[in-house]
Design a protein. Structure first.
Length: 330
């Protein structure tokens, strides 16, 4: 008997506070017009840590929404994966704290670091556990508070990111026609310098004399990343289509990592995707890293833009560098 993973619920979690482009004008040399035309971003949500908003609280919100949509209880979950580069704490992992908060007493849980590809990597791992028959139900979350990792004086990066979480619940099914059809994930450490946060604990612990807080912030070579993001998301998308012997026109909907509207537009143009077959929210949220794909999936599904039986192609690209694509049939 063959097992497949069916997506039965999705959810999102956003901080309350909205920060508009205009607000940047008071502390860096930029303008609403520059940010909108170069990135497509108009605003982003920023976590208020004083009000208890954090990677964990956003992950919790997204997970509770997904549990409600899936109509299952937290005790039904066997595995929790949280894709994040901004974990609540190093230990316990965000996933372990989430397991505690949800009361998911039957789940084992871990964090996964693959930058913006964290959700897609997590999906591929959960899918393997389900297909092998090891587990029945998994919760996969992408959750970030990148506002804690941006250099607020660096105009090339601080305007790009936002805080949010997205979640999906997968469960075992014997029906391939409502499942994750295939996933491809990739990494290339030789290009890691193009988008990085240099200081972890091992490279330079914060108590060392030569520790520099600026090395704990996002550093990016924007134009190189731009080109690689387009090329790699297109390549990964073509690979999953080949794996399933499908043509672009046979796919019902496309979800691209929401980093920059111009990156998405180039992918859409190159792949020849009709505009009404994609979901865009980078204008509202900015780049929320591992959270962008599950949030788009959630919004498109709840809005009726995608429905049961639709073939949905999702693709992502992230720092380090990592990328991938998945084809699901809802
Ligand atoms: N406001 C005003 N001017 C700015 C700003 C800003 N916020 N940021 C940069 N500039 C300036 C630069 O300083 C530069 O000025 P100079 O010519 O005097 O040196 C000028 O604008 C042009 O800079 P470029 O970097 O060439 O601008 P570009 O058109 O490439 O746009 C951007 C920059 C938006 C960052 C673009 O490169 C980009 O989107 N790259 C991909 C970034 C991205 O999406 N990263 C995340 C993907 S991976 C992931 O999600 C983790």
């Amino acid at each position: 008997m063959s097992y497949y993973s069916k997506i039965i619920g999705t959810g999102k979690g956003l901080p309350e506070k909205i920060m508009t482009n205009k607000e940047f004008e008071s502390f860096i040399e930029t303008s609403d017009e520059w940010i909108r035309t170069r990135t497509g971003i108009s605003q982003r949500h920023i976590a208020n840590t004083e009000k208890g908003e954090s990677t964990l609280s956003l992950a919790r919100l997204a997970s509770l929404n997904a549990l409600e949509k899936a109509a299952i209880s937290a005790q039904d979950i066997d595995l929790i994966i949280v894709g994040t580069v901004t974990p609540e704490s190093v230990m316990p992992t965000t996933a372990n704290s989430l397991q505690r908060d949800l009361g998911a007493v039957n789940a084992f849980s871990f964090d996964l670091q693959a930058a913006c590809s964290g959700f897609l990597y997590g999906l591929s791992i959960a899918d393997q556990y389900i297909r092998s028959g090891t587990i029945k139900t998994a919760l996969v979350v992408g959750a970030e508070t990148l506002s804690t990792l941006v250099d607020w004086q660096n105009r090339s990066t601080c305007v790009l990111f936002g805080d949010a979480a997205g979640a999906a619940i997968l469960t075992r099914s014997e029906d391939r026609s409502h499942s994750i059809l295939s996933t491809r994930v990739y990494s290339d450490g030789t290009r890691g310098d193009l988008l990085k946060i240099p200081h972890g604990y091992a490279a330079c612990p914060p108590w060392r004399a030569d520790y520099s807080p600026s090395e704990h912030k996002i550093k990016m070579q924007g134009s190189e990343i731009f080109k690689l993001a387009v090329r790699n998301m297109i390549d990964a998308s073509m690979k999953v289509l080949e794996d399933n012997h499908l043509k672009i026109e046979e796919v019902d909907f496309f979800i691209f990592h929401q980093a920059n509207i111009r990156i998405i537009e180039m992918c859409v143009k190159t792949l020849n995707v009709p505009a009404n077959k994609t979901w865009l929210n980078v204008d509202k949220y900015g780049n929320t890293s591992a959270a962008t794909l599950p949030i788009c999936l959630d919004e498109a599904w709840r809005a009726g833009a995608i429905k049961s039986g639709d073939k949905v192609l999702m693709t992502t690209f992230g720092g380090g560098i990592t990328w991938g694509a998945t084809l699901i049939q809802l």
